[in-house]
Design a protein around this ligand. Structure first.
Ligand code: CO
Length: 168
């Protein structure tokens, strides 16, 4: 089932999500719904808190991006290494429609996570996949890509968004 997305400045997007402890039917159902939603919205990643579920679950599908491995990735309870190098990428977010901005992130990361059965996994990521994992993991910690912008730019973008919110 396609789920409704929370949009900035919804306060629930700023909350820290709880780890998953049960790898049961309810989790699998959430994973299916996230997959359906990200596909319908033509995003490349989606985190559970974006649909109002404050748990540490995210999905990524770089399918339409050239040169990237196809297929949906399900990532639960991710822990990221410190990472290496820098990459600047023009990011957007399904919860912040109409806004993109250049964000600087780690170019290479290692992520330790669990799959849908609770099994521990490890993934070395670089390029767009590394960016997507960092962007979605930020959602689990209540952070948006806007929060990664330099202060002046961040203030400018948030002010513009606030004005749009009142004037529609
Ligand atoms: Co996002």
């Amino acid at each position: 089932m396609k789920l409704d997305l929370l949009k900035y400045p919804d306060q629930r997007l700023s909350e820290v999500s709880a780890p998953v402890t049960r790898f049961d039917e309810e989790l699998h159902c959430l994973l299916e719904d996230l997959a359906e939603t990200v596909e319908a919205e033509r995003g490349i990643g989606l985190a559970a808190p974006q649909v109002g579920r404050a748990v540490r679950v995210l999905v990524i599908d770089l399918g339409s991006q050239e040169g990237e491995e196809k297929g949906l990735r399900e990532i639960i309870n991710p822990r990221l290494s410190r990472g290496e190098g820098k990459i600047v990428f023009e990011e957007g977010c399904l919860s912040v429609p109409g806004v993109t901005a250049e964000v600087t992130r780690k170019a290479r990361i290692t992520v330790i996570y669990q799959d849908r059965s609770g099994k521990a996994r490890k993934l070395d990521a670089r390029g767009l996949l590394a960016v997507a994992i960092q962007h979605e993991t930020d959602h689990l910690d209540g952070k948006l890509f806007l929060d990664r912008l330099p202060i002046v730019r961040r203030t400018l973008v948030k002010r513009r968004l606030a004005r749009r919110a009142v004037t529609l």
